[in-house]
Design a protein around this ligand. Structure first.
Ligand code: C2O
Ligand code: CU
Length: 478
């Protein structure tokens, strides 16, 4: 079924325009993308392999690269035994290809196909994943990485690029999947994996780089639950991009506690200067009592000379629509535990096409533990689609104050937009930066600002059990 045939009309309002973010004659790249189950030796070659691993094109962490300004024409086929969709996390494109059943498209049933038109207007580090039973499908590996390359940014200036995909596995000793969603986890910090892993493997990668050379370390939390404190054992390391968007470089050693905290879906680019021949740089997650090794970089002699470390600044984006802070409308959101089955705003009437689509989508969770401004996404037998959080105006600027009154951290993600993180009530020294997902700690308020683009866009926590148990709402921008 084509996406254009799907035109939800909640509350009888006008259907938002699907805004294209590239000219019609932009260069196109065809891509056939197949979601399927494969067998992978996740516990190591000497242990039983894991079956029913979910992958795109048969490859764990399928990694795509394309130049900025390209349009991906994606022929997607679902060979999983369950319904799914593909969401292009962080990409600004037409909402009808955003992959959210039921508000932007119907589900892709087992054996079904869907066409995604994915413009890539902004350089950066993105990823794609299902938006239906996310806890279960992402839990079993269904994640792909997408690097959009900036022609103005000479990649050659780095000697080595090293990717760290943080994703744990929930397995028993025989390599069989454990339940991904637990009530205990979903109602607290989320259910953790039993096997920690980087790039799929329980053994941290070792990568070589020229002594005194420059490494671009690109980290993503692809896990459903884990929050890390990214840090390393050298002072010659600087943050250069957050969620793929360039930031004015700052030394990690000058950040509070020498770390950058990252929750599910968040990405970080760090420039590491290698030490002398034979020496190593170790990159850790310092959040756990015992620091967890994410990667070792080994310096090999290539005849380079030592020079002073100067972090490389990436070009600032030129195409991004930035918010007009002075004219912005202010909106407040409370992230909280659910008050019970009752939500304060009336749900969409059951005969509304969107409410019907929700029931047919099979993409709802079983339980409700979380709410945004006392409204929860439909779950269990309470199959109601909440009305939009707000109806926003295309092209207008908004400031959202997100206040976390719960005991757990929440990485909040807004679809279809890159927003500016303006300030935090707790981290006073935080620089302003662009992102698509922002971590909100307990008792913290974070202000973000964006210029709204026409569409139906969800806003949710990226701890997947939280989103699957109520912590999701949506904006209609028309
Ligand atoms: Cu990675 Cu709804 O998003
Ligand atoms: Cu959350």
């Amino acid at each position: 079924m084509g996406a254009a045939a799907f035109a939800p009309s909640a509350l009888g309002e006008e259907v938002p325009k699907a805004i294209d973010t590239l000219p019609p004659d932009a260069p196109q790249r065809r891509l056939s993308l197949v979601a399927d189950e494969i067998e992978v030796p996740l516990l190591g070659a000497d242990k039983p392999p894991t079956s029913r691993f979910c992958a795109y094109n048969g490859k764990p962490f399928l990694t795509l690269r394309a130049p900025q300004g390209t349009r991906l024409m994606v022929e997607f086929e679902n060979k999983l035994p369950d319904p799914t969709t593909v969401h292009w996390h962080g990409i600004r494109g037409p909402y009808i290809f955003d992959g959210v059943a039921p508000i932007t498209q119907p589900i892709v049933p087992a054996g079904g196909r869907f066409f995604y038109n994915v413009p890539l207007p902004d350089p950066g580090f993105y990823f794609f994943h299902p938006h239906c039973d996310e806890t279960g499908q992402v839990g079993r590996g269904l994640v792909g990485l997408l690097f959009v390359e900036n022609p103005r940014e000479a990649q050659v200036r780095f000697d080595v690029e090293h990717i760290i995909a943080v994703k744990d596995w929930r397995l028993d000793d025989a390599g069989r999947w454990l339940k991904m969603f637990t009530d205990e986890g979903a109602s607290t910090a989320g259910t953790f994996g039993t096997v920690r892993a980087v790039n799929g493997s329980p053994v941290a990668p070792r990568a070589e780089a020229p002594a005194y050379g420059d490494v671009r370390v690109r980290t993503i939390i692809a896990d459903a639950t884990r929050v890390i404190d990214f840090g390393c054992d050298t002072d010659d390391a600087a943050v250069i991009a957050v969620d793929g968007q360039a930031i004015k470089p700052f030394l990690l050693s000058e950040a509070p506690d020498d770390i950058w905290r990252m929750g599910p879906a968040m990405r970080l680019d760090v420039h590491v200067r290698m030490p002398g021949p034979g020496q190593e740089v170790r990159i850790y997650d310092y959040r756990t009592a015992e620091p967890y090794l994410l990667t070792t970089l080994v310096a090999v002699d290539k005849g380079r000379k030592k020079t002073p470390f100067k972090p490389k600044a990436l070009p600032t984006p030129t195409e991004l629509p930035l918010p007009d802070i002075a004219k912005a409308t202010h909106l407040d959101f409370l992230v909280q535990t659910a008050a019970g089955a009752t939500a304060i705003a009336p749900a969409l009437p059951p005969d509304d096409p969107l409410a019907k689509a929700l029931i047919d989508s099979l993409c709802v969770g079983d339980k409700t533990f979380w709410a945004l401004n006392r409204n929860s996404w439909g779950a269990g037998t309470d199959l109601r689609l909440p009305p939009p959080l707000n109806v926003l105006k295309d092209g207008e600027s908004y400031i959202l104050t997100i206040t976390n009154v719960s005991k757990h951290v929440h990485p909040m993600h807004l679809h279809g937009h890159v927003f500016k993180v303006l300030s935090s009530s707790k981290k006073k020294k935080l620089p302003q930066f662009l992102a698509d997902t922002v971590l909100v700690e307990p008792n913290e308020s974070v202000d973000i600002a964006f210029k709204a683009t026409s569409g139906n866009w969800v806003f949710h926590c990226h701890i997947l059990e939280h989103m699957d148990s109520g912590l999701m709402g949506w904006f209609r921008v028309a």
